[in-house]
Write a protein that binds this ligand. Structure first.
Ligand code: AHG
Ligand code: MN
Ligand code: MN
Length: 337
């Protein structure tokens, strides 16, 4: 019989043998995984669990909140605030930071999350997910402020996501490669199903919302037009397109078989750098993608090098197979010259 390795065992080994993570971070990641399990159960109930539809409210970014956005946010807060590993949390669905209340001990980590990614897919039974990022509190001061969260992605201690699709899969990095765990519903545990995940450097698959084509900047248009010309164009090969409209699901496909994902700046809202959020989406995904041998930029700079100035900051995103990301980034540099 092949030996099954649980998430708990994987994390204990990371702590004990590789010395990669302190016990406090291990406990924190286990709690996040437990929260994702609870969210997976709610997602699966669908219409039977009264979790579909809108909540009748808006988040700080002016987006209509779905019931599941709020449920997932509450599950993550409730699960994480009493464990002792965290000092505070920040979420796409909360205006400000959530400081761990005084009645609980405060730890040295900060947790940031997109509780429910792919909200437009909830009601149509298409894959959605939870994305999370872990930072270390920069100072020893007991009080924390927004500034403590404004660290570049390169400072992340861990990052991951859980995709709620045909299977629920938790994907994690603690800076030592990328591992995937599949939820075994009968046992109620996360089981290691892929380790040392690697993204091929080349691909013939791109993911972008093509309906925005007329709003793109020239380097993005150039890249996609060349892909569309296929075998007859400068790339000399045919490309396939996928767009799930859940970043988690698109990134999961890219980690599984390669590809490139773009959510670029566009002219619909020229004042915003992009649609996706640096702290809850781009940074954790950028960390995972780099740990799997891929690349992640905003078209010009490495995502993980960007110094955030606001909690809910937006960013343009190009990530996935290394050679394609380098090409898109080069096209931006050429256009800038
Ligand atoms: P969220 O549901 O957390 O707001 O994120 C949705 C994001 C991302 O997951 C996805 O890639 C993108 O928005 C889809 O945007 P379009 O609907 O513009 O294609
Ligand atoms: Mn999202
Ligand atoms: Mn979301």
């Amino acid at each position: 019989m092949t030996r099954r390795i649980s998430l708990t065992q994987y994390l204990v080994e990371q702590q004990r043998q590789h010395g990669r993570i302190p016990a406090e971070l291990r406990l924190l990641l286990e709690v996040v995984a437990r929260a994702c399990k609870r969210i997976a159960i709610s997602v699966n109930k669908g219409a039977l669990g009264d979790v579909l539809g809108t909540a009748g409210s808006e988040n700080v970014q002016g987006e209509v909140q779905k019931k599941l956005d709020i449920i997932a946010n509450e599950v993550l807060i409730e699960a994480n605030e009493w464990g002792g590993a965290l000092a505070g949390m920040a979420s796409e669905e909360m205006d400000g930071i959530h400081v761990v209340p005084n009645r609980y001990p405060r730890g040295e980590y900060l947790l940031l999350f997109d509780p429910l990614d792919g909200s437009s897919n909830i009601d149509v039974n298409v894959s959605i997910g939870t994305i999370f990022s872990v930072l270390k509190k920069p100072s020893d001061r007991p009080e924390i402020t927004v500034d403590d969260f404004l660290q570049p992605g390169s400072a992340q201690a861990a990052a991951g996501y859980c995709v709620y699709g045909p299977q629920s899969t938790l994907v994690l990095t603690v800076g030592d490669g990328v591992a995937m765990f599949t939820l075994d519903r009968e046992q109620g545990s996360w089981v290691l199903t892929a380790d040392n995940v690697q993204i091929p450097a080349d691909t013939q698959e791109f993911a972008i919302n093509m309906s925005n084509m007329r709003h793109w900047a020239p380097p993005v248009t150039r890249y996609i037009e060349e892909c569309l010309q296929g075998r007859d164009g400068p790339r000399g090969k045919d490309y396939n397109m996928r767009w799930i409209a859940s970043m988690v699901a698109d990134v999961h496909r890219i980690l599984s078989r390669g590809g490139v994902f773009l959510y670029p700046w566009d002219r619909r809202e020229p004042g915003k750098p992009g649609k996706l959020r640096l702290m809850y989406e781009a940074n954790p995904m950028g960390f995972l993608i780099e740990q799997a041998g891929g690349a992640a930029t905003n078209g010009r700079q490495r995502i993980l090098d960007l110094q955030p100035t606001q909690l809910h900051e937006r960013v343009s995103v190009v990530l996935g197979s290394r050679h394609e990301v380098e090409r898109v980034t080069r096209y931006h540099a050429e256009a800038d010259r």
